[in-house]
Design a protein around this ligand. Structure first.
Ligand SMILES: *[C@@H]1O[C@H](CO)[C@@H](O)[C@H](O)[C@H]1NC(C)=O
Ligand SMILES: *[C@@H]1O[C@H](CO)[C@@H](O)[C@H](O)[C@H]1NC(C)=O
Ligand SMILES: *[C@@H]1O[C@H](CO)[C@@H](O)[C@H](O)[C@H]1NC(C)=O
Ligand SMILES: *[C@@H]1O[C@H](CO)[C@@H](O)[C@H](O)[C@H]1NC(C)=O
Ligand SMILES: *[C@@H]1O[C@H](CO)[C@@H](O)[C@H](O)[C@H]1NC(C)=O
Ligand SMILES: *[C@@H]1O[C@H](CO)[C@@H](O)[C@H](O)[C@H]1NC(C)=O
Ligand SMILES: *[C@@H]1O[C@H](CO)[C@@H](O)[C@H](O)[C@H]1NC(C)=O
Length: 349
């Protein structure tokens, strides 16, 4: 499934943060948690093969491949300006769990050996249990902004031995956290959607409505590419798989600024399971799309154009307006010059 060659090259050049249409100043979503957001980011890892070859011939591998600690690749822009690969030792919290070492070198751009040439690469997070008992793990934190509400989406798959959890989630602290979690163990099609905490900290009793064990359809197990989406709006969380809502709740919905995190971990505990020495697992990601609000971004926009993110991946398009051509204001008139006929056909219908 996975090409053996791991390509740990320049996030710098490799990756494209797509530019949104210049006109879009708000971004809208659909579903039961439909909302608008101030910010949109799209990170596409699917077509980096050509760039990989280019870099392979022009970059010294010794410089490019991080052997342990900090990867200058990952710390380089534009990835580095928005994401941080953690280097973090997390000692076992209890006797019956294991130490974890989060390390940037566990994160790479990998080749995907699939018939489709177009989707030949992905972002790959890796985890493995070392002979000394420590679990090497991976974590990327979105650091451009902490977010207040958000709709976070990815196309992802997991593979490898059981005992690890792939996470895509919002995090402030252990009681303000909203999760998509894909376990490498258990049923091949089971995923967890949760707002933390899921158990009462003093009694350990489960908290009703805080967590959902969802089964994907049998022909789309978590080892195949699926689209996962978590919407966090005021007072409500909803989770979608492949465009269809599969869980929602008003329990434990976070209400404070949070980070967005991608990770792959195993602490040897009951939830993740425990790997044997030498065990390995991967969390592969084709693209990540983030819509969010942030406290830092609340300046008033006078000239607003809401764009929908739902119809074309990564490229928001202006919403069809309820009142025809409402946006043909004086301030936009220049834009229409020379495009009037095309624009009026496509937008003002
Ligand atoms: C949102 O719109 C997209 C594109 O039309 C569709 O595929 C998806 O199912 C919709 N999602 C929901 C929850 O309505
Ligand atoms: C995000 O902020 C905009 C502008 O302040 C607001 O209209 C919108 O409702 C907010 N979105 C959410 C999900 O709260
Ligand atoms: C195990 O090895 C890793 C990687 O070399 C190291 O970071 C960690 O401290 C070691 N753990 C123990 C308990 O020696
Ligand atoms: C986000 O929050 C974390 C934890 O409170 C903080 O360390 C970090 O500086 C914040 N980042 C931004 C961009 O505000
Ligand atoms: C988590 O953050 C929220 C919001 O700031 C706060 O109310 C809560 O007390 C925090 N919980 C913990 C365990 O620190
Ligand atoms: C969901 O699955 C996990 C792990 O298998 C289990 O610990 C938990 O009790 C389950 N939760 C629910 C609500 O069924
Ligand atoms: C795992 O489950 C067992 C049996 O319920 C329990 O005794 C143990 O404390 C749990 N371990 C962790 C790390 O939660």
């Amino acid at each position: 499934m996975h090409a053996s060659a791991k390509l740990l090259f320049a996030f710098t050049v490799l990756f494209s943060v797509s530019k949104v249409a210049a006109e879009c100043t708000r971004f809208s979503t659909n579903g039961s948690t439909a909302a608008t957001y101030q910010f949109h980011r799209f990170y596409d890892f699917r077509n980096l093969h050509e760039s990989l070859s280019r870099i392979a011939t022009s970059t010294s591998l010794n410089d490019a491949i991080p052997n342990s600690a900090s990867s200058k690749i990952i710390s380089a822009a534009p990835w580095g300006s928005g994401w941080n690969a953690r280097k973090w030792f997390r000692p076992a919290p209890r006797k019956d769990t294991v130490d974890m070492q989060y390390t940037p070198s566990s994160i790479s751009i990998s080749e995907v050996s699939e018939p489709s040439q177009e989707d030949s690469t992905c972002l790959s997070l890796h985890t493995t249990r070392l002979p000394n008992g420590t679990q090497l793990a991976s974590e990327l934190q979105f650091t451009e902004y902490n977010v207040t509400y958000a709709s976070i989406r990815m196309s992802a798959r997991i593979h490898g031995v059981s005992g690890a959890i792939a996470g895509f989630f919002t995090y402030r602290n252990d009681t303000a956290e909203s999760d998509i979690e894909l376990p490498t163990g258990g049923a091949a099609n089971s995923v967890h959607f949760s707002n933390q905490p899921t158990t009462n900290p003093s009694t350990d009793a489960p908290i009703q409505g805080s967590t959902f064990n969802v089964s994907l359809s049998a022909d789309q197990p978590t080892s195949t590419w699926n689209n996962y989406r978590l919407d966090w709006v005021k007072g409500r969380s909803a989770w979608y798989v492949n465009g269809v809502q599969s869980a929602d709740t008003e329990v434990n919905v976070p209400d404070a600024e949070s980070m967005i995190i991608l990770n792959l971990w195993s602490n040897g505990g009951n939830f993740s399971g425990r790997m044997d020495t030498g065990g390995e697992a991967w969390f592969d990601i084709q693209w990540v799309e983030l819509l969010f609000n942030a406290t830092a971004g609340s300046e008033v926009q006078y000239d607003e154009t809401a764009c929908s993110v739902e119809s074309s991946l990564g490229s928001p398009v202006p919403n069809a307006s309820p009142a025809p051509c409402w946006w043909l204001s004086a301030s936009r008139f220049w834009w229409m010059i020379g495009m009037a006929s095309v624009a009026s056909l496509t937008v003002c219908v």
